[in-house]
Design a protein around this ligand. Structure first.
Ligand SMILES: Nc1ncnc2c1ncn2[C@@H]1O[C@H](COP(=O)(O)OP(=O)(O)O)[C@@H](O)[C@H]1O
Ligand SMILES: CCCC(=O)OP(=O)(O)O
Length: 356
């Protein structure tokens, strides 16, 4: 029997869509959204109709009938912290995605849009390895302020998929490998994968780790408090400085690394400094996680959209290759990882987990 699965992956700077027949990709497309285009939406949920329309228009262009779908699998979402796996979308999940239980991120739209499209087609809807997968060790949760424990919010789906690929290349079981994986996209997360678990990782959403094309990363905490209380900004404006309008966007007015690279080629020294600083912060994050493994690190893995940037990647490698071998997998494997998660359930090889 053939299973047709539509995969939906809303990211901070793009909407990715793919259609699979069993494990064969029939098409995959990335629609990049300029800041200008998303700026008109005040809240994430305001993007719902826009992102759904993008997906449905594309299916129409490809002459694919929604009713022929067996499943729709979305990337989700800022739910409660949960173990990895495939979850069927249910009412509790819809509610938590809508309310942003752990905050706002484009992937909240993944499960919601998947459910609506699947519901109309009488198909199943799932999410796989959402950004809240939490395998952190207790020692890594301590932040220094008891009311503010560190949280595991990261590119779980791609980090896990790429870590498995790297382990295979190293001829090791993922469950026995020691890896540092840096996912470098609209957000940037760097995770310590030990024996198949991500035991430490920066919270890629809420102001921790390297700055990214659209996020601030770690900022001086006291100064942030002062700025927040200065009376010059509403809370939403401060949050936007951390997520959405931080990082490259704040310094250079764009989240598009290709544009930044173009500007550097044309001699823009400000663009060069900021781009170098982003590479420097990623290298420092990798360096700090390396102590988790002592001398037993198998490899450092670079992935995500920014890993296509040759000079950018070279810059990071030059700073960290003394620590361990560096493997580079540009882009991400999220679409096939989502499809595989749904397919395992559709084929009855695995039971879907229930979100409560
Ligand atoms: N060929 C490329 N060279 C350098 N940077 C690239 C390339 N392709 C995409 N990028 C950059 O990668 C970032 C987006 O990465 P991606 O993983 O697609 O993000 P997300 O899924 O978080 O939206 C953007 O800054 C984009 O400009
Ligand atoms: C850290 C949560 C996942 C994330 O940041 O995804 P994008 O880079 O796609 O925005």
């Amino acid at each position: 029997m053939d299973f047709h699965t539509l995969v939906i992956n809303p990211g901070s700077t793009s909407t990715k869509i793919a259609l699979f027949r069993n494990d064969t990709s029939l098409f995959e497309e990335t629609i990049r959204h300029q800041q200008e285009e998303l700026k008109r939406f005040k809240k994430l949920m305001d993007q719902y109709d826009f992102r759904k329309r993008v997906i449905l228009d594309l299916l129409k262009e490809r002459h694919f009938e929604v009713n022929d779908l067996d499943a729709v699998c979305g990337r989700g979402g800022l739910l409660k912290a949960i173990p990895g796996g495939t979850y069927e979308v249910n009412d509790q999940m819809l509610q938590d995605l809508k309310n942003g239980y752990n905050g706002e991120h484009a992937s909240n739209l993944g499960g919601l849009i998947a459910f609506e499209i699947a519901d109309k087609a009488n198909a199943k809807s799932y999410i796989v390895d959402p950004v809240v997968v939490d395998e952190m060790e207790e020692v890594a949760r301590i932040s220094g302020v008891p009311e503010l424990p560190r949280k595991s919010i990261f590119h779980a789906l791609n980090q896990k998929a790429v870590a498995r690929r790297a382990s295979e290349q190293l001829d090791k079981d993922y469950e026995k490998a020691n890896l540092i994986v840096a996912h470098m996209g609209g957000g940037i997360t760097v995770g310590a994968h030990k024996d198949g678990k991500v035991i430490d990782v920066n919270n890629g959403l809420h102001g921790e780790g390297p700055f990214s094309p659209e996020r601030a990363g770690t900022v001086p905490a006291g100064d942030l408090v002062q700025l927040s209380l200065s009376g010059e900004y509403y809370i939403d404006e401060i949050m936007k400085k951390l997520i959405g309008k931080g990082g490259l966007t704040a310094y250079l007015g764009t989240s598009d690394a290709l544009e930044v690279e173009e500007r550097i080629k044309e001699g823009d020294s400000e663009a060069e400094l900021i781009y170098q600083a982003m590479a420097y912060q990623i290298a420092k994050e990798i360096g700090s996680l390396s102590v988790v493994f002592g001398r037993d690190l198998d490899a450092i893995v670079l992935t995500g959209g920014l890993a296509y940037g040759k000079d950018f990647v070279e810059n990071i490698i030059n700073q960290v290759d003394w620590i361990a071998e560096v493997l580079v997998y540009p882009g991400e494997n999220e679409m096939s990882a989502l499809n595989e998660g749904a397919l395992r359930v559709l084929k009855g090889e695995e039971k879907p987990k229930v979100y409560v």
